[in-house]
Design a protein around this ligand. Structure first.
Ligand SMILES: Cc1ncc(C[n+]2csc(CCOP(=O)(O)OP(=O)(O)O)c2C)c(N)n1
Ligand code: SF4
Ligand SMILES: [Mg+2]
Length: 288
């Protein structure tokens, strides 16, 4: 139970990858505070529904603001928060099911708007909270509680999807490396537009992929994780696409286009053009 939120009783299983993601977000927020001098209250965490979304109640130390929203709708809520107060640092935390399944249709529109928020996605390849059903990132053929004869659909490649939809900052990380992950998250927060940090965060109860990700060379298992080489130019979209063809799980910044105008900048830019109307004009608009 979180001391900060005694009315809640959310728990994660021992070894759950989300512990590492939580730590990385805490490090990133402290880093941002030191870098910008902005207080912790300048951060708002918008959480989806899932074990991953429970992160908002389990953060330790000085607390940011938090909204635990509805399943699949973290992006529309984040849009509302950011538009109401563009100076806030808005961070979405959601799972692979929440973000890519029920919430999948929101990614494209926010990418097109370049909504200036950072989404940290905890991918465990399963619906953890509801006890292990398959998600878009579950491997094809995998037997789960909802796919007793093996999953029929192919696995979604989230990084390919984000690149195709035009997300302007895309990074990929691992929950087992909280310090390097925090740097990716901080870069995502600093990015002036829509950033997604997609994190492999294994579910130790329903889909434990730690060994697959880290490898076990003594037993002949090569790691799926590999570092994006330093010479990779993240502003090169074709290079980012080519990197993804190597398979496995790249770690680092895949793509970064800081040249685009963000939604909040664009909206503020319309304020000069908009002609404010008087109450009489507004009421008069309904006369026939
Ligand atoms: C509209 C709606 N549909 C379904 C659910 C049930 N539900 C809660 S969490 C969840 C899936 C969570 O999976 P994921 O987003 O991957 O999070 P994880 O628990 O794995 O971190 C589902 C289907 C819900 N709460 N609301
Ligand atoms: S069910 Fe899986 S994702 Fe949920 S807390 Fe347990 S280990 Fe973590
Ligand atoms: Mg999940």
């Amino acid at each position: 139970m979180s001391k900060k939120n005694p009315e809640y009783d959310f728990k994660w299983c021992p070894g759950c990858g989300d512990f590492g993601v939580r730590r990385a977000i805490e490090f990133a927020m402290i880093g941002r505070l030191e870098e910008t001098g902005q207080p912790m209250a300048n951060n708002v965490v918008v959480a989806g529904i899932g074990c991953s979304g429970n992160l908002v109640h389990l953060l330790e130390g000085e607390q940011p603001y938090g909204i635990h929203g509805i399943h699949g709708r973290s992006l529309p809520i984040a849009l509302g928060v950011k538009m109401a107060k563009p100076t806030l640092n808005v961070v979405v935390v959601a799972g692979d099911g929440d973000f890519l399944s029920i919430g999948g249709e929101h990614i494209g529109p926010q990418a097109a708007r370049n909504l200036n928020i950072c989404a940290v996605i905890m991918d465990n390849g399963v619906y953890g909270l509801t006890k292990g059903q398959s998600s878009p990132t579950t491997l094809q053929g995998k037997i789960t509680s909802s796919t007793p004869f093996g999953k029929l659909e192919t696995k979604t490649n989230p990084l390919e999807l984000y690149l195709t939809l035009g997300v302007s900052f895309i990074a990929s990380g691992f929950s087992g490396q909280p310090r390097p992950l925090s740097k990716l998250i901080q870069q995502g927060m600093d990015h002036p537009g829509f950033s997604i940090v997609h994190v492999q965060s294994p579910c130790t109860t329903y889909n434990d992929t730690f060994i697959e990700l880290k490898g076990d060379l003594a037993n002949g298992i090569q790691p799926a994780l590999w570092d994006i080489p330093e010479e990779h130019d993240p502003s090169d979209r074709t290079a980012a696409h080519d990197l993804l063809q190597q398979g496995g799980v790249p770690v680092g910044v895949l793509y970064n286009d800081s040249s685009r105008v963000s939604l909040d900048e664009a909206v503020v830019g319309t304020w000069d053009k908009a002609q404010p109307k008087t109450v009489e004009q507004l009421l008069g608009a309904f006369e026939f």
